[in-house]
Design a protein around this ligand. Sequence first.
Ligand code: PGA
Length: 260
Amino acid sequence: MRKKIVVGNWKMNLLQADAAARATELKELVGESSGCEVGICPTFLSISPVVSALEGSCIGVGAQDIFWKESGAFTGFLSAAMIADAGCKYVLIGHSERRGRFGKLEVPESTLGFFAETDETVNLKLKAVLGTSLTPIVCVGETLAEREASKTDEVIAAQVNAMLDGIEAEAFAEGVIAYEPVWAIGTGQVCDSTEANRVCGFIRSVLPASIQASVRIQYGGSVNPANAAELFSQPEIDGGLVGGASLKPSDFIQVIRSAS
Ligand code: PGA
C-alpha cells in the first residue's frame, strides 16, 4: 500500500518571516503525525527559516527546482547537494511553469525560452537527484490545446519516457510523479476526479513494470479543501501537489486531512 503524499508548492510567494510563521502554524495544526506524508516547497530563500520552523515536525521541506551540475561556474543555480545541505527532503523537477507551459500565456511566445526547461533538462535534473537523499517530484501534464487535440496520453507518455531516459528503473522506485494538467493549474478548473484517476493510472502503466507498484503519483491543479477528498479517494491518486490552497495553513490542513 503506497503512503499518500501531499506537498504544498508555495511558488514565488511569501517573504521569509511570513513563510516561517505559516510553517509554524501548519506544524501546530498537523501535530505529532499525519496519516500521510506532508511537504512544503517554499522559495529558495525561505528554505532555511522554514526548515528551522519545522524542526521536530513530521513535515518535510522541498525546493522548487535544482540545477544538474554538482558545482562550478553556473551563476545563479543551486545543486542537489546544496538543496539537501539546506535541510530539504524533496525537490520539484519540471513544473509546467518552469517548462514555460502556462494555462494562460501572459508573455510573448519569444519569452518562453527564458524558462528553458525541456524534457532533456528534466531528465538531467532527475539523474542529478537520484542517489542523493532527496525525493524527486517530477511534474508532467498536458496543455488545454493538447487535451482538445486528444493528445493527452501521447504527451504524458513522451514526458514520462523522456524523464526516465537512461535511468535504471529501480533508482526511481521511491520517486514521485505529479500529474498536473496545465489548464487546471491556478485556474480553479480542477480536472474531473475520474479523468485524473484515469491519467494517473495511465502514467503508472507507462512506468517500467518493476516500479509500477511503488512510485507514487499525485494529482495537482486547483486542489482545494472542497475537492481534495474526492480526488484522493481515487485508487490511482496517491496524494496531491497543491499550489494556492497550500498558502493558507487553515486550508492546507483540510487538504492534508483529506489524504489521511
Ligand atoms: P494550484 O497549483 O493548486 O494553485 O492550481 C498547483 C501547482 O502548480 O503545483
